[in-house]
Write a protein that binds this ligand. Sequence first.
Ligand SMILES: [Zn+2]
Length: 114
Amino acid sequence: MIIFGTSSSTIHPAKLDGGCCPFCKTENQMWIQGYRKYFHVFWIPFFPLWKKVYSVCSHCKGAFEKQEFNNEKLITSFENFEKNRIKIPWYHFTGIIIFLLLITLIAVLPLLTN
Ligand SMILES: [Zn+2]
C-alpha cells in the first residue's frame, strides 16, 4: 500500500515594512504569515503545491487576505515580501531528489560493473 497525500508547512510570521491595517488603521504593525501545501509519499515531501499567505495586524489581531487590503502601501510591502523573501524550502523536493538519485544510480551502475 502506498500512502500519499498532502501536508503543509508553516511560513513563519514576519513583520512587514510599512502598510496600515485595513481594519484599525494602525500603521506599521502588519505581519505576514501562512502555510505551504506539499504532496507527500510515505510522509516524504515530493513537490510543493500551493501556498497561502495572509496578513495579521498585531494591534487588533485581525487577519486579512490580500483582496481585503485597502491601502497601496500594505499591498506593496506584502507583494515585495511574498516575492523576495518567501522561498520554497528545498526539503519539499526531497522525494524528487531521491527519485533522481535512484534513476542516476540505476543508469550508472551497469557502467561501473563492466
Ligand atoms: Zn488592526
